[in-house]
Design a protein around this ligand. Structure first.
Ligand code: ATP
Length: 200
């Protein structure tokens, strides 16, 4: 199997922006956030279990998951968050593995906000961390999500600390400047990963 690079970083650090730049170079991206949505689509076993556990009010009129309502519950109830993670993490991991197996580019990127917080990191050969000052994270994520800085800070408090993440990195993208600057760094890493893939 081609080498797998795990790309992670805190909320608003630029994971999607960086993944898009690798994708533009023909690299297959497996996105854990997308997998997490796919496992709870209407008709899935997981969505049925969620509806049984939380009651039918957790579903919208079209029978899809009311993600906002679920987010509110798990934000304030640690035990319900744990229950949900026990249900979803294995399903997400299985789907990610399947998508990684289907990848066909020289190397593959698994982008995930929870790569280090879950066992998803055991699926990757090398860890790429995208990093920027926390003030940039808050400002960019708040602008993108049209939410208040307090909400972004609360999510950051639930994620691994910046230092802990950086300590585990094999490679780092420093995203404190422009998107053009990020692209220059991505291009350099892309060449490195292509050489690593050839050696493999
Ligand atoms: P999340 O964990 O919330 O999914 P993320 O790490 O994927 O976030 P992005 O969505 O890529 O982060 O970036 C957050 C916002 O900041 C986006 O609107 C993105 O376009 C913008 N952004 C990312 N990098 C830069 C940059 N260097 N300069 C300006 N804006 C940026």
């Amino acid at each position: 199997m081609p080498i797998i690079i795990g790309l992670t970083g805190g909320i608003g650090s630029g994971k999607s922006a960086a993944a898009d730049l690798f994708a533009a170079r023909g690299i297959n991206i497996v996105d854990a956030d997308i997998a997490a949505r796919e496992v709870v689509e209407p008709g899935t076993v997981a969505l049925q279990a969620i509806a049984e556990h939380f009651g039918p009010d957790i579903l919208l009129a079209d029978a899809s998951l009311d993600r906002r309502a679920l987010r509110e519950i798990i934000f304030t109830h640690a035990d319900e968050k744990k229950w949900l993670e026990t249900l979803l993490h294995p399903a997400i991991r299985t789907l990610i593995k399947q998508q990684l197996n289907e990848a066909s580019s020289a190397y593959t990127i698994l982008v995930s906000p929870l790569l280090l917080e879950t066992d998803q990191h055991t699926l990757v050969d090398r860890l790429l961390v995208i990093d920027c000052p926390e003030a940039d994270q808050i400002q960019r994520a708040a602008a993108r999500d049209q939410s208040g800085p307090e909400r972004i800070k609360a999510i950051m408090a639930n994620q691994l600390s910046r230092d802990a993440r950086l300590a585990k990195a094999d490679d780092i993208l420093h995203n404190h400047a422009s998107l053009a600057d990020l692209e220059t760094q991505v291009e350099t890493l892309h060449q490195t990963y292509l050489s690593l893939a050839q050696r493999d």
